[in-house]
Write a protein that binds this ligand. Structure first.
Ligand code: M6R
Length: 614
């Protein structure tokens, strides 16, 4: 969601703040700002819109601002108050001595604001964050110590926050803290960095300390002190960040999304590596710590996730049920919470999340954990908040994904589900060895098939051009590819803003068919297998209503040319694995349509990469 950066050391802080914000821009970007200490004064620079607007303002005053070696910065994805300069962070108090940046939501900000107004505080913005600036200033006025002021302030705050605070009267000091929002400290030589995510600092240091909830860190150029909210000193756990700065380069591609789509063959190889060694060897998933006897007795699994991760979960349901005969429920995390959720110690609960920071999914798994369920987390970020909730942690190893539209992480999640389903089937001995070996073989050769799709993109580009003027799109499929239809539609909506919907093909005639006419493209996902003929019939029904028909298929049947206006072909693949191949052309189709329409592919409007509020 919002992004936070802080720096204290001997270099010009402004360069590090702007570079860090650039690398966090994918998290949210309706406004941005920095606070620096220059000539013993805290100065704020803020701008609405893209980060470039802030950079333009800073450049006009660069020589002056660059004198500062301490500062905090923020890019904002609005929650409270419209995106404008006043609501942009950092926020300050009446006298302007305090500057605060914040990620999260202060739930009791109205009560706090009323109390602070009575004490004489004047609020300028409509944000919840401004209360924190006034609160810290008010506590500092009483105790004269910035760490203590932040500590006392956080004791009064309800909700989620990652906060970075500086104070004009406390030279060369940054105080930072978190609760239910990520924050880490990067450690350099007589310098420290603070960030809400690794990309902001990875080019400067690989040594870092992750803050846990309710921890408060105080940084000066040559010291770092860590306490908890009760003022107890804590041990500092320094970690090595496993990321390379190169992950943040487009490597010659026009957009991160295109680069990440092309990385998928290697992502599949990475996820399989060390886990699927040979087709006649059992899958090795040491990460699953659930006792084998308990696993054998499991009779229910619940999977919670959001967005693209939810679609991967739906494929997961299909294969786990098929291989293991265990009932699997999949639910959007935001629906799982705030109702009477039936789960217990005999239920395995799987949370799926690229970022590991999605607030709805974190709340859902915490709820299940309280009820005694074993929590298995499938995430691309083993360093995330969600990962810390895991009893079993299955990292998906897709590498840093920068584009807001998830592509390679979806692929990695799918492959992780295949591995998990095979692993469980092998423990339970619930499926014939030959069937598993066939699937393992298909998994091993999948990267080559994806490479084939990626090297013949012309047809997809032509299709994108032909249909880029459409206002609406329908994607239909059945069975294991119904989630592929949902994912194809989501990708198109996210980056092109075209209204697109995925339907189970059999449902079309129960209502949606009323929308079809000559202006409506219908994309049928027609992969060989059990439901091929059924989808063909459903496609005939759509064609009879004059819809413009597109086929995505691994079939070479020439009859398809009569029914479909355009055909996107992929290599033949077994039905169970087909979602992992069929999604690739849909990612590309969405990408090229958005490109033709001139949309901001990597940073679509209104979206944020990780949604850290419920
Ligand atoms: O980080 P997560 O996987 O938990 O994120 C869930 C969704 O917010 C995410 O998948 C979103 O739908 C993406 N923008 C999809 O491209």
């Amino acid at each position: 969601m919002c992004g936070i950066v802080g720096y204290i050391g001997s270099k010009p802080a402004v360069d590090i703040l702007l570079e860090g914000l650039t690398n966090l821009e994918y998290r949210g970007y309706d406004s941005a700002g920095i606070a620096v200490e220059v000539d013993n004064k805290v100065e704020l620079y803020k701008a609405e819109g893209k980060l470039q607007n802030l950079k333009d303002i800073v450049n006009k005053n660069y020589t002056h601002i660059a004198k500062s070696t301490i500062g905090i910065g923020h890019i904002r994805w609005a929650t409270h108050g419209v995106p404008n300069t006043v609501n942009a962070h950092p926020h300050s108090c009446n006298c302007g001595r305090v500057a605060v940046v914040h990620n999260g939501i202060i739930e009791n900000y109205k009560e706090l604001k009323a109390k602070l107004e009575k004490q004489g505080c004047t609020f300028r913005s409509q944000t919840d964050t401004e209360t924190v600036a006034h609160l810290v200033a008010s506590e500092y006025a009483k105790c004269g110590d910035l760490t203590e002021a932040v500590r006392l302030a956080t004791k009064q705050i309800e909700g989620a926050y990652a906060l970075c605070v500086i104070h004009q009267d406390v030279k060369d000091t940054i105080v930072a803290t978190r609760r239910n929002a990520p924050l880490l400290v990067g450690i350099g030589e007589k310098e420290y960095y603070v960030a809400s995510d690794v990309p902001a600092i990875i080019q400067y240091t690989k040594k870092a300390m992750y803050l846990d909830d309710n921890q408060i860190v105080t940084l000066t150029p040559d010291s770092m002190k860590l306490i908890d909210i009760e003022n107890n000193s804590l041990e500092q756990k320094i970690e090595h960040l496993p990321w390379e700065p190169i992950a943040l380069s487009k490597m010659g591609y026009k957009h991160f999304m295109l680069k990440e789509i092309h990385e998928q063959p290697d992502v599949v190889r990475n996820v399989l590596s060390g886990k699927l060694r040979a087709i006649d060897e059992p899958v090795c998933l040491k990460e699953v710590t659930l006792d084998r006897e308990k696993l054998k007795k499991l009779n229910r699994i619940q999977i919670v996730a959001c967005g693209t991760s939810l679609h991967a979960a739906l494929v997961g349901k299909y294969i786990i049920e098929d291989f293991c005969g265990i009932a699997v429920d999949v639910e959007p995390s935001s629906e799982y919470i705030y109702r009477r959720t039936i789960t217990d110690e005999n239920t395995l609960v799987i949370g799926v999340s690229q970022s590991g920071e999605t607030a709805d999914t974190i709340t859902a798994v915490r709820l299940a954990k309280k009820k005694g369920s074993h929590i298995l987390i499938v995430t691309n970020r083993p360093d995330s908040t969600m990962a810390r909730e895991a009893d079993s942690l299955v990292p998906v190893n897709a590498g840093i994904e920068v584009s807001v539209a998830a592509t390679k992480s979806y692929m990695a999640q799918l492959i992780s589900f295949y591995l998990l389903a095979i692993y469980m089937a092998e423990v339970k001995e619930s499926i014939a060895k030959e069937k598993l070996e066939e699937l393992k073989h298909e998994l091993i050769i999948l990267p080559q098939k994806i490479e084939k799709v990626l090297s013949h993109k012309e047809n997809i580009q032509a299709c994108a051009k032909k249909f880029s003027g459409s206002k609406d799109f329908v994607f239909i499929a059945r069975g294991i590819n119904y989630p592929t239809a949902l994912e194809g539609a989501l990708k198109l909506k996210e980056i092109s803003y075209i209204n697109a919907t995925g339907y189970p093909a059999g449902e079309l005639k129960h209502g949606p068919i009323a929308m079809l006419d000559e202006s409506m493209p219908v994309l049928s996902i027609l992969m060989s297998g059990k439901v091929y003929e059924k989808i063909l019939s459903n496609s005939e029904e759509a064609k009879a209503r004059n819809a413009r028909m597109i086929a995505l298929t691994d079939s070479t049947d020439p009859k398809l040319n009569e029914l479909f206006d355009s055909t996107i072909r992929v290599p033949e693949i077994c039905e169970l694995l087909s979602p992992a191949l069929a999604v690739v052309p849909l990612q590309l189709l969405a990408y090229y349509i958005a490109e033709f329409l001139g949309k901001d592919v990597d940073q679509p409007r209104n979206l944020a990469k990780s949604v850290t509020v419920e």
